[in-house]
Design a protein around this ligand. Structure first.
Ligand code: FPP
Ligand code: MG
Length: 332
């Protein structure tokens, strides 16, 4: 089964695309693809067949998203918690990933044609070594494509992602790249596995479960959460259409909450900068200067912080690139 399906939409579906595109469209949708095993049970087939059908539905959904002009999709493919499932199921899911990632690499031409960048989010070191190597090859070969983005969360939980980001920040301070006062919400955001993506506009969970199950907890505070009863392998174009309609109906409220948060964050940063300048003056034993001199100190403080942050983020990028390149050379 190919990752990129170029199936035609039906007349009614094309009409549906036209109607929904008249309203504000999400840029990024995240999916918790739940209900594969219940689907398998319903169909009286093996659990793994349910997961295979789940993969087929993922490729179909990606095509719908493209037709709707949605350029970024994030999916929860395997949680760290899923390692607790039976060995047979875990091994089966790993084998599915192995096969599908090998296929993805064989489809490079198609990925290039459509400009698909594929990223894997999670603690990749928990995965079998050969899958890590496939992932490294996929990431390195598709990183320059930028028409659409597929983020696959594997060996992922949100708490692990946040803990990992905090560890990266601690490393930055330890290395002398950062000062503790540089740590802010916006910097934590840049240390998450999802740092290259805008936060999702919609989070969809199928199968009727109404939990987030440790998925994108940080990134979805202003997303439209849509819980749908349909089992993932039975997901349809019209389920997706309905979720987008729900987003559009709530668009103004979501936007307002997001804008208010951004304003607050800016204000918070300004307060932090002011406190730092005051502290610096205190340490130097100088008294507050005239407003112009104070403003210059404030600007200087910001510029230096920005420089430290850029150096730190570049060091993180290099660490990640080294990790991926080592995996690729070990597999050669
Ligand atoms: C949740 O349904 C689904 C999973 C844990 C696996 C999702 C994986 C896929 C859809 C395949 C994707 C594959 C690749 C290579 C990206 P469940 O098992 O929890 O089913 P249940 O809720 O009915 O028990
Ligand atoms: Mg489930």
């Amino acid at each position: 089964m190919s990752w990129i399906r170029e199936g035609e939409l039906s007349f009614w579906e094309r009409l549906g695309v036209g109607v929904i595109r008249a309203g504000p469209m999400p840029r990024h949708i995240a999916f918790i693809m739940d209900g594969n095993r219940r689907f398998a049970e319903k169909q009286k087939v093996k659990k793994l067949e349910g997961h295979s059908q789940g993969f087929a539905k993922l490729t179909e959904t990606l095509q719908w998203c493209l037709s709707l002009g949605i350029r970024e999709v994030t999916v929860y493919a395997f949680s760290i918690e899923n390692f607790k499932r039976s060995k047979e199921e875990v091994d089966g899911l790993m084998e599915l990933a192995r096969q599908k990632f090998t296929r993805l690499l064989e489809e490079q031409e198609n990925l290039e044609k459509h400009g698909v960048c594929v990223r894997m989010l999670g603690d990749l070191t928990l995965l079998p070594q050969d899958i890590q190597q496939l992932i490294a090859k996929i990431e390195l070969t598709t990183s320059r494509y930028n028409s659409c983005f597929l983020n696959i969360c594997l060996a992922y939980t949100s708490r692990e992602e946040i803990s990992h980001a905090v560890q990266e920040l601690a490393w930055g301070v330890e290395q002398g790249l950062l000062q503790p006062s540089d740590v802010s919400e916006s910097l934590i955001d840049k240390c998450l596995y999802s740092c290259k993506s805008p936060h999702p506009d919609i989070l969809i969970r199928t199968s009727g479960e109404v939990r987030l199950s440790d998925f994108l907890l940080w990134q979805t505070s202003h997303a439209c959460l849509v819980f749908q009863p349909v089992l993932w392998p039975e997901y349809s174009f019209w389920n997706l259409w309905g979720a987008i309609l729900r987003f559009q109906m709530n668009y103004n409220a979501l936007q307002k909450a997001r804008d208010m948060y951004m304003e607050e964050r800016k204000w918070q940063q300004l307060e932090n900068d002011k406190a730092q300048v005051t502290e610096k003056l205190k340490q130097e034993g100088s008294s507050p200067r005239d407003p112009q001199a104070w403003q210059m100190l404030l600007q200087d403080c910001r510029a230096k912080r920005e420089e430290r942050i850029q150096d730190f983020l570049q060091a993180l990028e290099r660490k990640r690139a080294d990790f991926l390149e080592k995996l690729v050379s070990a597999s050669a």
